[in-house]
Design a protein around this ligand. Sequence first.
Ligand code: F3S
Length: 755
Amino acid sequence: MAFDIEMIKKVYSQYDERIAAARQVVNKPLTLAEKILYAHLWDGNATQAYERGSSYVDFAPDRVAMQDATAQMALLQFMQAGRAKVAVPSTVHCDHLIQARDGAEQDLTRAKNESSEVFNFLSSVSNKYGIGFWKPGAGIIHQVVLENYAFPGGMMIGTDSHTVNAGGLGMVAIGVGGADACDVMAGLPWELKFPKLIGVKLTGKLSGWAAPKDVILKVAGILTVKGGTGAIVEYFGEGAESLSCTGKGTICNMGAEIGATTSTFGYDASMERYLRATGRADVADAANEIKAHLTADPEVYANPEQYFDQLIEIDLSELEPSLNGPFTPDLYTPVSRMREEAEKNGWPLKVEWGLIGSCTNSSYEDLSRAASIAKQAIDKGLVTKAEFGINPGSEQVRYTADRDGLLKTFEELNATIFTNACGPCIGMWDRAGADKQEKNTIVHSFNRNFAKRADGNPNTYAFVTSPEMVAAIAISGDLGFNPVTDTLINKNGEAVKLDPPTGEELPSKGFDVEDPGYQAPAADGSGVQVDVSPTSDRLQLLEPFPAWEGTDLTGLKLLIKAKGKCTTDHISMAGPWLKYRGHLDNISNNMLIGAVNYFNDKTDLVKNQLTGEYGPVPATQRAYKASGIGSIVVGDENYGEGSSREHAAMEPRHLGVRAVLVKSFARIHETNLKKQGMLALTFANKDDYEKIQENDTIDILGLTTFAPGKSLTLVLHHIDGSQEEIVVNHTYNAQQIEWFKAGGALNIIRANQAK
Ligand code: F3S
């Protein structure tokens, strides 16, 4: 699968010098996270210490990973960069677009038919530009990355929030939007606010029913869904070393549920075992040579309170198995208190489904521990009360688990083995009867359990727990069942008790696979045609945006003055629109349809100044565009917060909005607007927001002398013939002003490639 040992060796060869430079500027012992960050500075050796939580820093990630849903726009944009190949090793993984219903074989065939144009596009674009392509059925992105590409001390970005899973193999791996992935593949630096650092010291050792999942469920209970925001969580201590590599992956994976930038562990024997078992002995050998750099300096772990911004301590020996939920992954309930809590809160005790899988918990170890419970149920004459669904994490895991009889054990309990893909974890689950919206309970080993996430039913109470607990609770059919203390009645009427799970960290006979589902890119992709039908409604090749016309912008119409919260979801809604995320014109029909119009408190209803009629935002904007008239969007505080979805910046650009003027921006969205060649402006005086009237025509003056730190002037022409001038600010640096002038950052990259 062509993991790039030469690239890894190159990264390692720089570590000595870069860590020495970092030590000099930071002037104290370094955490692991700091070492990895300072070893990946875009400008090489550190020349200054960065302020945690405030400095914006350019980094040079080693890899990019993309899943099929988000890869579409990332790659359509990348094609605009004019490069022959990606600048860093990159992969695409087809895992999100496969619905779980009947079982692996039928589901995969159906998905290939339904989404063939997307898969063909991703396959051909990968082939052309030197990107590794993992076909539908090959596995879930983060499991495949852990098995093939993650390496200790590396830095990776991925277009999926659970990219952080690779921290289990000692990486700093961070989820980003498609625009960031595009930049890195195009050879540009990647900017990140230097994170704060949270240390989690693990003492003791897991035993009995407790699993790595219980560590992160506990951490989520302590920190809540917001507690990790802007921070890297670094796990350490004897307890950390006692966990398997895939167990560490589970813990890092759910760091996304506490909002953490990422999580990581120092390189240790478990990682070495995993690297060797997955055919990467040379990576293990290379890592062993720079071992001291792949963990924090000893002083850090000896006195962690001095080096982390926050410290948490967990004794694994005392950890109880737990279930988090419903509806939020930070509502922590140890199994011993579950019956009481469920009764108190009216959570249905009858469990309908137990689902094992997702990128969080679908390793060989996970399946083997859950299978050990399933096997006991068979041997002890128990009849499963709930239905069982299994999504193996990769074809390698599935094949090996099948060879070793694990899947057969589940099948004896009538489990449905779904495709090696996300399936129910991302709502791609055609669950029979879900449309009746009945109140019911499911347990799963996934990471997220927001309302409607798995089956679209808002009344499904989903609880997150370890795979072995999913197995036990599904067998009992009772949310309040505590396998540590309780017995079950078998078909002979006898009371039987389940023994604690046993499993194998790695398969004793080694991993095996016939066809992993990987397509290597063409050595020379210049002759490869990218497969996009001109009549497709899901995919559309992008046209470069036009350059700035070189004059002030006059006669702009106010499109909408948005009131209150306006997140990227209000600007570019998800749900059914996700289908069009590879087709800019079609998805633009959702532009700002969630934003509240200041003048009538309604969504998706604005005045068309050309006709005086009220209509949907996208249609109104298309009318302005058709008449050759630019427009301006006005917004409130923290405009564009939420996800890094690049569509929220591309849609207004595509439909002819020229500027977005707000009280304040969410930084990522502001940068995305700049990258697309838009004007992102803020009121110098926030009260001027009140001066914007529904029928305003607006001029933006000062663009011919556009410069960093220099304000611009807006002239508001009101309908009564009066006019007002207001001052607006911006944060464009010299480079970003060039983006504006060229009509977008990609236009500059393409022009540079052509030189
Ligand atoms: Fe897929 Fe769910 Fe993970 S959607 S990538 S299995 S979080």
